[in-house]
Ligand binder design. Sequence first.
Ligand code: UD1
Length: 437
Amino acid sequence: MSVYKIHGGIPLQGEVSVSGSKNAVLGILAAAMLLDGACILENVPDIADVQAMLEICETLGAIITPLGGGTYKIDPTNISTHEATHAKVKNIRASYYLLGALLSRFKKATMHMPGGCNFGTRPIDLHLKGFSKLGARGTDISDLRDGTIRIVADKLRGAHIFLDVVSVGATINIMLAATRADGLTTIENAAKEPHIVDVANFLNSMGANIKGAGTDTIRIKGVPVLPGGYSYSIIPDQIEAGTYMIAAAMTRGDVTVKNLIPKHMEPLTAKLMEMGFDIFEGDDSIRVTIEECRPIEPVNFKTMPYPGFPTDLQPQATALLCLAKGMSRMHENVWDNRFQYISELQTMGANISVIGRVALVSGPSFLHGANVVAMDLRAGAAMVLAGLVATGETIISSAYRIDRGYEHIVEKLTAMGAQIERVEEDASSCQRPLVEV
Ligand code: UD1
């Protein structure tokens, strides 16, 4: 079992470059399974979730050729099965995109229920309702006998679909299923996250006809053939970029986060400015710093679908609020149980109480090193951030959860001056129980 060991207290300095977006590439890999020919994907991050998805795609029959430097040739021509039942399907959330992709390709799909971070109920009813509007029938989600979803359609026909909850996953999955359906599909109340636009752009560049991605109405005109044959570069990861911006802020450092899209960062930059940080935007970079001795102002956050403040930056932002002078509120509006990591921050000296979906953070707290657990991917990132400012040593167990979404995090932080190392430890030597999700 790997742990991260951090000695905190060093202001981060310098530059850090953001990797390709985890959530975009996972959707795009599933989308690549729809193509009639090969494509080249660039800026693919080397993270555990991507490796799992590549392995799952290979078991379907796709030929994946790494070309070096985060570039892969993906050739789905020989995919011969509609069954995504590899054990790793259960490890990652985004495997659910294979349902839409395989349904589109074979008019049938069989898949284990997806896994991923555990922060409350994570239904996929909207995905299945969307498929059924397109003409598919199958598993009643309330009766998953063996945890396997089976769907089938004689024909997929375009339809008008209204999502009663704004869902990233359902929007992309329905888009995938509709790409080769007969006629026009309209998704109303669609999610608008940057990676939805990226999946649509990828499909369009390979021959699809999708309009309106990034707005709340997406129109997909089904096409019979998706030739592929082109290269596509994945957008930068909004959440990784935000995590490093918060790292700069928490350590009162001076860091330029490069290779990001400033527009995607607006929900965070607005809040950092409100807290007293200095933000300098370039074309594809943001520098974060703060005047010496300036106190960090308390603020209130509410997580919302894009362009609101992303729930995937909620734990990291809560860690930052611990350093603000006064009372701040963090309202988690997307997931019903995403405060499990608060107990870990409390172990490090944070003063936080949770009432329902609101965390009340009183600061400033002087965080101290402790043995803590990465309860999930972004919770783990919050522990790293807290460790960077804590006095003494912080040991974060279940580090594999952080590896799911952060490429070379140790190397990137070390290059900015942090004292962080990854250590292989015997599970029995961990002083806190490991929570499996
Ligand atoms: C995606 C992200 C995840 C992020 C989340 C919200 C990926 C792989 N994961 O997850 O990191 O936290 O968006 O930005 O991209 N809902 C339903 N029925 C459904 C689907 C969702 O009620 O069928 C509800 C959920 O319970 C939740 C809300 O919709 O309250 C948003 O979920 P959704 O946007 O679907 O999240 P994911 O796509 O799973």
